[in-house]
Design a protein around this ligand. Sequence first.
Ligand SMILES: [Fe+2]
Ligand SMILES: [Fe+2]
Length: 281
Amino acid sequence: MGKHEAQRLLGERLTLPSLPEVVTKLNGMINDPKVGVNQLGAVVAQDAAITAKVLRIANSSYYGLKEPVLSAEQAATVVGARSLRNIALQASVFARYEHLAAVPDFDLKSVWRHAILVAQLSQWLARSARRPVGLTAEEFYTCGLLHDIGKVVMLESLGPQYVDVIREAAHARQAIHLVEARVLGFSHVDVGTLVATRWHLPDAVVRSIEFHHGPQYEVLAHPEVAVVAVSDQVAYRFELASAPTALAKLAEFAEKSVGIDAPTFDRFVDYAREVEALIEV
Ligand SMILES: [Fe+2]
Ligand SMILES: [Fe+2]
């Protein structure tokens, strides 16, 4: 339902971003065995503003590099082609929506911090799952990074009306996607799905965005959805006072959906605390 309503508003009230140009270029080269990782770095280096951001991300504590990297080519060699693409995607998407930092009553930084956290958690879960999870760890980074992209798209397109929706959700203590759907007829899940589809991301990536808030049968049916949904919930809850009960339920769900046992889940929550403290935006 919501997806159709969002689609109907395209070009009228909703403007979707294009896939960043640098990512389009990298996509065309990444599967070509004749292209070296250095050449991918050289493509990034063509854009000075993106390069500066890429270097900041590559040199952040998350990547734990021993020596700081000083050029995009060097970053490409050290982190690898697929991580470079994620870093370029992150840098470009953040740059595309930089102007929204000035919107009153909207905390853009916290949206990006959450996106990075869910990206990192999804990647960790994918590496620790004992069952096949449908995508590579790097692809899971993309899923996490983009799962809530619909929120910034909606803010840019709808402006104060969207800020009101956020305020109402906070006031009513209701999940934002439910209030979006009630007030607007579609949610950030629908918009995110349209973005991922427009960018021709793999079907499993699109699904992980489309169903990250449920329904539960979709989450259970697709491990890639479960990885992102569990990471999202952990990212929201690990700091809350109500955490122990909520986390116990999530631990059970993670075991059922992706075969993460209880000790692994505990390490996962510890990891969430550690990386959250290191995120820089
Ligand atoms: Fe969401
Ligand atoms: Fe989220």
